[in-house]
Structures are given as structure tokens and as C-alpha cells.
Design a protein around this ligand. Sequence first.
Ligand code: TRP
Length: 334
Amino acid sequence: MIGEKKVLFSGMQATGNLTLGNYLGALKNWVSLSDEYECFYSVVDMHSITVRQNPAELRKRARALLILYIAAGLDPEKNCIYYQSHVSGHAELAWILNCFTYMGELNRMTQFKDKSAKHADNINAGLFTYPVLMASDILLYQADVVPVGIDQMQHLELTRDLAQRFNHIYGNVFTVPEAYIGKVGAKIMSLQDPAKKMSKSDENPNASIFLMDEPDVIMRKCKRAVTDSEAQILYREEQPGVKNLIDIYSACTGKQPEEVVKEFDGRGYGEFKLAVGEAVVSVLKPLQDEAARLNKDKAYIDSIIKKNAEKADYYAMKTLRKVQKKVGFPERIR
Ligand code: TRP
């Protein structure tokens, strides 16, 4: 708890371009949480270097992501938006927690298995202990809730195990976090294969709408979206392509799927796809404009970065000092 509020922590990597799916499924819904929770949203650049990065590119993307958080409506006065690498407590707690994590636990992580298969030439120790750094992110702020996708649930489970293990030995040090299951955002699927989730890393350029896509690119991708030969706009599992377009339209306009079905009753797929494209543009264009505006305001963004890093550091250090004392590190002399 910070004051009266429960603590929420989440992080995103600045690798790959965020998609409409990331926005409608996560970011957009985060905006309403700051009244209820004390929120920390980290740009987790330390996680990013577990795979080789171009330094200039990483720096640029990290800043773009931080700006995007703000452009999406997360008020940086209320939400602590910061770079993980600016708060040294993450690395320090990760070291300590490494000493409480078993090789066997990390060996079981499916993301480690996937990533080491993908980057066989660079299976580094950081990739292996990635989940421990993630646990440190969460436990450092005594987070009560963590909004994560299903692919990160295994890491969150490990975080809970580590917190409980540590608490069992040393008394109540860490809050044991829960997955945040609130109003879940729309689950947006690939435009080319509606059986797959829309992903940053899809090889098919028409499968995903990126947040920074130009309006004409968005329109083109929507027009090319895979549908079916049913020639009717109904919201049902048998028509996954059409269903996905309805979900997108619905998330962009705030209309319920049933209303959308009524609205397009008797109309063709061509017309519907055009409307979907326009609805997406009407959501993304203001976001892009705001990001561009903020990007020019270097002094403002820098002040946010500084202030929020200090705020994050304050809470991180509170936890870290307690942990260091518990494990037996000597007290600092002031
Ligand atoms: N591993 C997460 C991902 O790739 C990102 C992340 C890092 C994270 N630290 C976190 C998410 C802490 C939630 C909480 O999506």
C-alpha cells in the first residue's frame, strides 16, 4: 500500500513496434486504473539486453515507448512512468533473489526455452535469470497487482513463489502479488490469420496494425484483412475474421458487438472493412499526433523522466534496504 492505495506494477519492453492489439488489449485500459491504484509503469530496458540490441536504436525506442505511455493518456504526475535502468535497486534486488531461485525453476520457464531456441548463438545468463529480474521489478514496489498477459503468467507464479519463500525465512518482507484481472481489454487477432494473436513480431506485414502506421497503411491493412465467404456480418466463432474486425471496431468506437452487427446488417464486407479502418484511424491519429507533440517537448519529457526516476527510486530503496538487512548485509554508516 502507498497511502490508501494498492500498488500496481507493469512493464513493457521497448523492442518491436507496439501493435493495435497492445493498445486496445492493455495500454488503453491502464488509463482508468490510476484512480484506484498507485501505478508504476516501467520501460524495462534492462530486460531488453538479454537479446543483442543496437544501442542507439534501443535508446530511441525506449524513449518512444515512454512517450507513448503518456500520449495514451497515462498522466505522468499520477502514474510513475520510468526507465528500469534508472533505478539501481532492480539489479541489486535481482542479485539477492538469484540466490533464492533454483536452477530447476528457471529451466522450466517456457519463455526461456522459446528464446534460447530462437537465439541459439546467444544463450546468456541474463536470458536465464530474466524471470528473477522481473520478480525484482514487482517485489521492489511491493506490488499488489500486476496486469500481465497469459504469456507472462509463469513468471508471475515464480515471483509469488520467491516472495513466499523469502517471507517464510525472514518474516513478512514482500507483498505477494496477484495477477490483475479487471476489465480485460479486447483480444485482437492477426488480420491475416484470426486464429493467432496480433503480434509485434509477425513476419507478415499485413497481419498487424502498428500504433505508428500512417492512416493510408491502416486503411490498406484493414481492406486486406482475411474474412470468409459467408457474406454476412455476424459475431460468432464460425467467422473468426469477421468477429475480429467487429472486436476492433467495437473497441475503437465503444459500441457493443451486437450494436455493430445491427449497424452493418445487410451491408458488404468491403464497406465494413472501410468503416473498421476509419475507426482505427480515428483512435490512432490523435495518439500519434500527441506522441509527436510530446516528442518535441524535450524539456517536459526530461523533467518527467527525472522526477519519476526519483520517485521510483525512493520506493525501491525502502524495500531494498529492508531486504539487505534481512539477509545480513552490514548496516551503512552515515
Ligand atoms: N517480461 C514482460 C514482457 O515481456 C515485461 C516485464 C518486465 C514485466 N518486468 C515486468 C511485466 C514486471 C509485468 C511486471 O511482457
